[in-house]
Design a protein around this ligand. Structure first.
Ligand code: SF4
Length: 487
């Protein structure tokens, strides 16, 4: 292997491991003494990468990208070499196992990016679907789903350099879900609520002016966490007042109200008075037994009551999150959740696939992922339910450690797509993220590059270091672009 190619592939190990997992092979599969051999070479204008395993082999070639700009050329060459390497290993694993993963060889890349990229190159939707199927081995239904999502996204108001989204994190929940790896803390005795909210107010007031000072306008605002409605009523109202005062001109505002047992008429009134356009009440499942198993301290009946209360208070848009593949659930259980979704008729529905994230309780207990094919049928029922509700798919993302290597898909009634969800997944908008664990992002659309400024996740540390968090955002959005644009 020559120098440039070898340095491009130097750190590819984790990505090859992710590829191995796509086929359900254990992490130790390639441990020494490895039975596979990789051969990579750069011919005058071609990369060639081959993998062999015993008598099986797979080889791929790709043109070496060449651009006038040396920075872009280095970036594109590195990406092309790594993509090629993963695809060659994918071909080998396909031969070895006979498995066809639903998303083909795609790992570590947002599938909608590839679809939008193909359309931006001038390909028709049909040709873009063909490219995903032939180049990445994506199954046809998944590629067609992407084409549909891209069509919806292209009708939305375009984001871009002139706009910024705001995220505000409330890292408290009433209890912790078994699959959750967020850094949110249980609200417990509420000891940290007041100092946290004081620090957050300081950060909001100091950072809100950065939007205008950096020459941009506010686009979407999202209050998430955690569960913002887990805050006591007084603190919740105060938060909404601060938000309204500091960000009066958001074209869309969402407040997560994930746990139905955290909602009250007073909080819903506060939401309506603050002109919040969208809330999310998330059953995850409508089966009481599963709700207990996954550690959510509410019942399906409380979900129904929360929806009724929110409707009475004229909340304009309610989103519902559900999860396919929850522990102990079979297809009839998921079907019951979908029937309830039809009755509650949210304006948008997000169908997640269970993912067991590293620091979650399920991961610590070594809980297994559910059967991939069964989960795929649930995900498909989610899609059919969304269609029966008159919704269209508008965003999609995948995560590590997901059942069946499937996906999470957001559906919404026409005209109800959440701009923030699209922006965060497609990474097309600057993000000013406030609160513990928030990650602010400055995008560089021309270079395809993003600079990040993370806030610390630990709640106590956030409280004591809030001035430093404010400074990070100021540096990110006001500093000279040239000094930040490093590869
Ligand atoms: S409600 Fe969300 S943030 Fe809170 S514990 Fe459950 S998954 Fe985590």
């Amino acid at each position: 292997m020559n120098g440039e190619l070898s340095s491009a592939l130097e750190t590819i190990g984790p990505e090859l491991l992710a590829m191995t997992r796509l086929f359900g092979l254990p992490d130790g599969y390639w441990d020494p003494p490895a039975r596979y051999v990789m051969h990579a070479e750069e011919l005058p204008d071609l990369y060639r990468i081959a993998f062999t395993f015993d008598a099986l082999s797979a080889e791929r070639t790709a043109p070496v990208p060449s651009e006038a700009d040396p920075h872009l050329q280095a970036l594109h060459r590195r990406r092309a070499a790594r993509r090629l390497c993963k695809q060659a290993l994918y071909d080998l694993l396909r031969k070895m196992t006979g498995i066809h993963p639903p998303w083909g060889s795609l790992t570590g890349v947002r599938p909608t990016h590839l679809m939008l990229e193909a359309l931006a190159e001038g390909l028709s939707p049909e040709a873009a679907v063909r490219r995903l199927v032939t180049e990445y081995d994506v199954t046809l239904p998944k590629a067609e789903l992407l084409a549909e999502i891209a069509a919806v996204q292209r009708k939305l108001p375009a984001p871009g350099d002139a706009f910024m989204d705001v995220y505000i994190g409330i890292p408290f929940c009433t209890t912790r879900c078994a699959y959750c790896s967020f850094s949110s803390g249980e609200i417990g005795n509420g000891r940290l609520v007041t100092p946290y909210m004081e620090a957050l107010e300081k950060e909001i007031r100091a950072c809100a002016p950065l939007i205008r000072r950096s020459g941009r306008s506010l686009r979407a605002l999202y209050v998430g966490g955690g569960t913002p409605t887990a805050l006591p009523e007084k603190e919740f109202r105060r938060l909404l007042d601060i938000i309204r005062g500091c960000f009066p001109d958001a074209c869309e505002t969402t407040v997560e109200a994930g746990r139905p047992d955290t909602l009250s008429r007073d909080k819903l009134r506060a939401i309506r008075e603050a002109e919040i356009s969208r809330i999310s009440i998330n059953p995850q499942t409508m089966n009481d037994r599963t709700l207990q198993v996954i550690g959510r301290a509410h019942t399906a009946q409380q979900v129904r009551e929360a929806y009724a209360l929110a409707r009475e208070e004229n909340i304009p848009h309610i989103n519902m999150d559900v999860i396919a593949g929850l522990p102990g659930e079979e297809e009839p259980d998921f079907a019951r959740t979908m029937e309830a979704a039809v009755r509650l008729h949210p304006e948008s529905l997000t169908v997640h696939t269970l993912a067991i994230k590293r620091s979650s309780r399920m991961s610590l207990e070594n809980a297994p992922l559910p059967d991939g094919e069964k989960t795929a049928r649930m995900v498909d029922l989610g899609l059919q339910t969304a269609r029966a509700l008159g919704m269209e798919p508008y965003y999609l993302y995948r995560q590590k450690y997901m059942a069946g290597n499937l996906e999470n898909t957001g559906y919404a009634l026409p005209g109800h797509a959440c701009l923030y969800n699209v922006d965060i997944m497609e990474e097309t908008s600057h993000i000013l993220a406030l609160g513990a664990g928030g990650i602010s992002k400055r995008i560089w659309p021309d270079e395809g590059h993003i600079t990040r400024a993370p806030n610390v996740s630990n709640i106590q540390e956030y409280i004591s270091r809030v001035e430093e968090m404010i400074q990070r955002k100021s540096d990110l959005f006001l500093q000279d672009p040239a000094s930040q644009n490093e590869p």
